[in-house]
Ligand binder design. Structure first.
Ligand code: PLP
Length: 380
């Protein structure tokens, strides 16, 4: 089955009860048993629910994995992965990961005795010197949030395998339409399905996909034991969103390219971060491992590193909504320094490029001309 077909049919079957073509919302906490322990495959919705199961099978299918797991948020999915680890284990992570991931790593898991090394992974050879016998997990995002750096997943996975560690990739920005990390050697794919997979900014859900059965068993155990699952209604919404992922992503990419080029040629814009530009430092890797460059763009306004020009611009936007999050059908703008990445101290933020003059855009599927006109008036 090819990708576009998988988004609609992957892991899906007609509902066995009445033949409903679309997966019903099984809004139930528990299931009748014929005799103790004898049931129709489901006993309690934290452990398994038919609507969530359909979503989990869809996740597995579109990411070319074997086992999918759905959680109550992207961070709950990350939390489940971290619970595989034990005190004394070490993790190597990208230095410009999503700030919520950084927060959970440093404020929650560091306290339980897990050690983190945050490093720049744009050159995959660099990571090897941070490995030791305690290294159990490497965590990467590509493209990164919000700097749109590209990490060579295949090259990183080669190093990770040498040390018998696991490689987890947050594939939220790319989606499996553009990039399938398991095919590139990753062990775990994670998503904030809140974003492109859901696609309509109406739900908060997380996803994990793996190929290895032992790893899947560990993660299912953690999912059931800690209980951060997503409900049937949310599962239904993401399942419905995935059915149009390929069509939406195509338009996100087309609009992304138009907006990125408009910004690049604008006199009030200093720099545009978008992996589709040939002079993006890892454009060649993006070409190699992605099927397009996506609809996420960050840009720096000219000559305004310490004033509030960027804030004025996002306030002036009319069609773009000033809001956190990304990956919905509607275009969003945000100011990372005071919104999504405010938890990172200013000096650390600036070291990785998140200046006060940086604006992040999530380009939606509207008419590109309207998006450009809105940016033009806001920049003007
Ligand atoms: N990973 C990335 C790249 C994100 O952008 C986000 C949220 O913005 C998350 C993980 C966390 O996902 P959620 O908000 O669904 O918990």
């Amino acid at each position: 089955m090819k990708f576009n077909t998988k988004t609609i049919h992957g892991g899906q079957q007609y509902d066995p009860a009445y033949g409903a073509v679309m997966t019903p919302i099984y809004q139930t906490s528990t299931f009748a048993q014929m005799s103790p322990g004898k049931n129709k495959g489901y006993d309690y919705s934290r452990t398994l629910n038919p609507t969530r199961k359909a979503l989990e099978d869809s996740f597995a299918s579109i990411e070319n994995g074997k086992f999918g797991l759905a959680f109550g948020s992207g961070l709950a999915a990350i939390d489940a992965v971290m619970k595989i680890l034990r005190p004394g284990d070490e993790v190597i992570a990208t230095n410009d990961i999503y700030s919520g991931t950084l927060r959970t790593f440093t404020k929650i898991f560091e306290v339980y005795g897990i050690k983190f090394h945050f490093i720049c992974m744009e050159n995959a050879n660099e990571i090897e010197k941070h490995f030791n016998e305690n290294t159990k997990l490497v965590w990467i995002e590509s493209p990164t949030n919000p700097m749109l750096n590209i990490i060579d997943i295949k090259a990183v996975s080669k190093v990770v395998k040498k040390y018998n560690a696991l490689l987890a990739v947050d594939n939220t920005f790319a989606t499996p339409y553009l990039q399938r990390p398991l095919d590139l050697g990753a062990d775990i794919v994670m998503h904030s399905a809140t974003k492109y997979l859901g696609g309509h900014s109406d739900v908060v859900v997380g996803a994990l996909v793996v190929k290895n059965e032992e790893l899947a068993k560990q993660l299912y155990y953690i999912q059931n034991a800690t209980g951060a699952v997503c409900g049937p209604q949310d599962s239904f919404l993401v399942l419905r969103g995935i059915k149009t992922l390929h069509i939406r992503m195509q338009r996100h990419c087309e609009n992304g390219e138009i907006v990125a080029n408009f910004l690049r040629n604008h006199p009030k814009v200093e720099k545009v971060y978008w992996p589709g530009f040939e002079d993006h430092p890892n454009h060649h890797i993006a070409v190699e491992q992605m099927n397009g460059f996506g609809g996420m763009i960050s840009f720096v306004t000219k000559g305004s590193t310490c004033d509030d020009a960027a804030i004025k611009i996002v306030e002036r936007l009319k069609l773009f909504t000033l809001a956190e999050s990304l990956g919905g059908i509607e275009s969003l703008a945000e100011h990372p320094a005071t919104m999504t990445h405010i938890a990172i101290p200013k000096c650390e933020r600036e070291e990785i490029g998140i200046l006060d003059s940086l604006i992040r855009l999530s380009i939606g599927v509207e008419d590109a001309e309207d998006l450009v006109a809105d940016l033009a008036q806001a920049l003007g």
